[in-house]
Design a protein around this ligand. Structure first.
Ligand code: NAG
Ligand code: NAG
Length: 452
């Protein structure tokens, strides 16, 4: 009780400042979430022209510093006032002031900035940043929190133009040991775990924002605490088992982080790409989470085909080489899958098959289930595709035994598929292949026939 009370008192001392020159839908959403949690907010710059950078000069943001500097004059002597400065167009609150203040206090800094994975706008500064063991390393100016007098000191030196970079300004302060020591502690800001705020508002999934990483006065940088991310809730689907899978359009960065293999980037540069059989490429694409959620989603849906030749789901209604499978469109995942192919498979294809530019159009994309007592294997066949991707969704030797794929022309087999890795091979003519028998357990693969 005592403690609850003291947090409530503290909450009185929190003010949220944000810059919004226009009342966009995103801004209104931000404001609704702030009202829901009883944040006091003050909006700066409404109806001003936005001069802080645009597509041609994206760095920008200086206008926000100017507005903040001017707003802070009236708060400078309020020693106990804690100010959260945040963007608003793509931010929502997922928890209340109490939680936010608690995290801020835990950071034990006067000022804490949000952290990011990428350095921006000046990559040359990278070497000056302290290294971190895990988590995000670089300063982001999208959200920071601190005591009013410290924030005032922080922006006091701003003499930039409206379209100068605010992030660069804060970064330089942070990277200057002297200034950091006497003025600032920077912390990082982040979002809640995705399940944290589920169902808070009318059963809708809510976004969370929270402080997660901070850069301290004494060069202390910790970001061991990851609390989640900011999500856009527009178009958030709630009808699936793993709704995040559907977020590739609305939250592409989060989607990538959650579902794309950490070594995909290396594969894109040609590293880690193997060729186990002629013209069959093999590279990491999915995280374990992506594999697990896709399989679970399919099992949850549950309407596996019977493996008959008659198949009303396809054009003509007849399948030569039937598998026991579920098509992506049956779970309403076709658009998302297409986006995934376009964003992650097409760039690699263009690297590996130079001169070939795919639009990754596909007739068929599905998850296949192999089981000894159901359908253990697949007879030799050509795929109806220019090229095929075949992603292993679980682990040989653990989830199943046997399995793999053999290309008959080359008498070449891949007997130890790697979970999260995809095979990519030409579909017709040369790459006649068969699915080798699964002898125990259940094996899942995600297959797409891409054409052209
Ligand atoms: C990524 O590649 C590195 C170097 O080959 C390896 O050590 C690491 O385990 C790989 N990550 C995953 C998730 O497989
Ligand atoms: C195919 O390769 C296997 C070993 O991988 C070998 O035992 C077999 O004789 C080969 N078959 C032909 C037709 O070359």
């Amino acid at each position: 009780m005592m403690c609850l009370l003291c947090f409530l008192l503290h909450a009185e001392n929190l003010l949220v400042l944000t810059v919004a020159t226009k009342q966009t839908e995103g801004f209104r959403r931000f404001r609704r979430s702030a009202q829901f949690f009883n944040y006091k907010i003050q909006v700066l710059g409404l109806d001003e022209d936005w001069k802080g950078g645009d597509d041609k000069k994206p760095a920008g943001g200086g206008q926000k510093v100017r507005l903040l500097k001017s707003a802070l004059k009236q708060h400078a002597d309020k020693e106990d006032l804690i100010i959260l400065f945040t963007e608003s167009y793509d931010v929502l609150f997922a928890s209340g002031p109490t939680e936010l203040l608690k995290k801020f206090k835990q950071a034990k800094s006067k000022v804490v900035f949000s952290a990011e994975n990428y350095i921006y706008p000046d990559r040359k500064l990278e070497a000056k940043y302290p290294t971190v063991r895990d988590g995000k390393r670089f300063l982001g100016s999208g959200g920071f929190i601190g005591y009013a007098p410290n924030l005032k000191k922080l922006v006091e030196e701003w003499k930039g133009k409206d379209d100068d970079s605010d992030q660069l300004f804060y970064t330089k302060i942070f990277l200057d040991p002297e200034k950091r020591v006497c003025v600032v502690k920077l912390f990082l800001w982040c979002m809640l775990p995705q399940n944290y705020c589920s169902d808070i508002i009318a059963g809708k999934r809510l976004v969370g924002c929270q402080l997660s990483v901070f850069l301290g006065v004494f060069m202390y940088l910790t970001n061991r605490h990851q609390f989640g991310h900011i999500l856009s809730l527009e178009n958030y689907q709630t009808s699936h088992l793993h709704n995040d899978l559907w977020q590739i359009f609305s939250n592409p960065e989060d989607w990538r982080e959650k579902y794309i293999h950490e070594n995909y980037t290396a594969a894109l540069k040609g590293k880690l790409v193997e060729m186990p059989c002629p013209d069959v490429y093999w590279f990491p694409i999915f995280t374990d989470t992506a594999c697990d959620e896709l399989v679970e989603e399919m099992e949850h849906y549950g309407k596996w085909s019977t493996g008959d030749n008659t198949d009303s789901r396809i054009q003509g209604g007849y399948e030569n080489v039937p598998t026991i499978d579920i098509h992506m469109n049956q779970i309403g995942f076709e658009r998302e899958w297409y986006k995934f192919l376009l964003d992650y498979i097409a760039p690699i294809t263009e690297k590996l098959y130079p001169g070939y530019y795919t639009k990754t159009q596909f007739e068929l994309a599905f998850v296949v289930r192999y089981k000894p007592d159901e359908q253990p294997s697949l007879m030799p066949h050509h795929d109806a595709s220019t090229f095929t991707i075949n992603i292993a969704l679980n682990r040989v030797g653990i989830d199943y035994e046997g399995g793999g794929c053999r290309f008959l022309r080359y008498n070449c087999s891949i007997r130890a598929p790697r979970k999260g890795w995809t095979l990519m091979h030409p579909g017709r003519l040369t790459h006649y292949h068969e699915g080798l028998p699964t002898t125990k357990g259940t094996r899942y693969i995600a297959v797409s026939f891409i054409d052209p």
